[in-house]
Design a protein around this ligand. Structure first.
Ligand code: MN
Length: 330
């Protein structure tokens, strides 16, 4: 990292520059487990629940696994969302109830579609000494939130320019398109910038964007962004101007405003309080009955959430529901 003596000139997008950049600061949340790895959560926030269909942004590390114990997340359920795992350093073993066993590695996207219901576990591998990455969720629209659960893996080919390199893991940007399935128009990309680089990125004006800065210092449309912050740019811009003051790494997320109200609680995305209560009960029933359900008097190994293959860790019980009704957010 090196600071520049002179700040490079900033150029402003000539058309449709975003009306405003909003900086969303992170809050620290323990991920769970005995030694509780801390994550920096920038979405949802009290006053902003979604950026496009992106509904959850956790950023963690660099985390010394010798201190934190790394990641050990036992089987837990999801509904109504896709999880997007992106690592900068380390390796995580993913197992799920559709039978997937896959490694999450830097530069490779793992996308899990929860749809009507899935369960999975995530454990950092013994070889991992430093863990650093992001865990992102995408809300599924009404038309596909009951889709069958699925898993996809993709290694984007890097695209390069003067002082920058990008990996587009969802959607299209900078002439690169990801083949990974999305259910609403969506963008997800990692961008590396060398100190002093100024970059104008053409974007879809119907998209709003979120820039999560991992390292370095950048400005987005003239607004400085610090590591850990998520900068939100509204719709209406046909380009985004980025300037890096130091070597920088960031994730650029985007999509058209989601336009549906959702209810998010624990690992579920639904539409009503009653639906979430039902999802929670189905998970509890499934795990307290030894991961089996009774069908026609026969015990069969399948509930809404299925069973994580080859996973010795015991499923995580759902926390208690709050006393108040869960509120819809949009
Ligand atoms: Mn999960």
């Amino acid at each position: 990292m090196s600071n520049l003596d002179e700040r490079p000139e900033e150029i402003v997008c000539s058309e449709g520059a975003p009306g405003g950049i909003e900086i969303l600061p992170p809050r620290e949340v323990p991920l769970g487990g005995p030694r509780a790895m801390l994550v920096r959560r920038t979405l949802p926030q009290r006053h902003r629940s979604l950026i496009g269909a992106w509904c959850f942004v956790d950023h963690y590390g660099p985390d010394d696994v010798a201190d934190s114990g790394g990641m050990s997340v036992a089987p837990h359920p999801h509904t109504g969302l896709q999880t997007v795992s992106w690592l900068f350093t380390g390796e995580i073993r993913h197992r799920d109830s559709v039978g997937t066993e896959a490694m999450v590695r830097p530069g490779e996207v793992n996308l899990m579609t929860g749809g009507r219901g899935i369960s999975h576990s995530e454990v950092s591998t013994p070889e991992t000494t430093v863990l650093h990455g992001a865990q992102l969720w995408v809300a599924l629209p009404e038309a596909s939130r009951d889709a069958p659960p699925a898993f996809e893996h993709h290694v984007p080919e890097p695209v390069q320019g003067e002082g920058w390199e990008a990996r587009v893991f969802l959607g299209s940007l900078l002439g690169s398109t990801s083949p990974v399935t999305t259910h609403t128009p969506l963008l997800g990309a990692e961008i590396l910038l060398e100190a002093g680089t100024t970059m104008r990125i053409d974007v879809d004006p119907s998209f709003e964007h979120g820039l999560l800065l991992d390292t370095g210092t950048v400005s987005l449309a003239g607004h400085d962004v610090k590591p850990g912050e998520l900068a939100h740019a509204g719709t209406g811009a046909d380009c985004l101007d980025l300037t890096a003051y130091d070597d920088a790494r960031l994730l650029l997320l985007g999509g058209p405003p989601f336009g549906e109200s959702i209810v998010m609680w624990w690992n579920f995305v639904g539409r009503t309080h009653e639906e979430i209560v039902d999802f929670r009960q189905q998970w509890q029933d499934q795990i307290t009955d030894g991961d089996t359900v009774v069908d026609d008097g026969q015990k069969v190994a399948a509930g809404r959430f299925g069973i994580v293959v080859n996973e010795p860790l015991r499923p995580i019980p759902a926390p208690a529901l709050p006393n108040a009704r869960l509120k819809e957010r949009r």
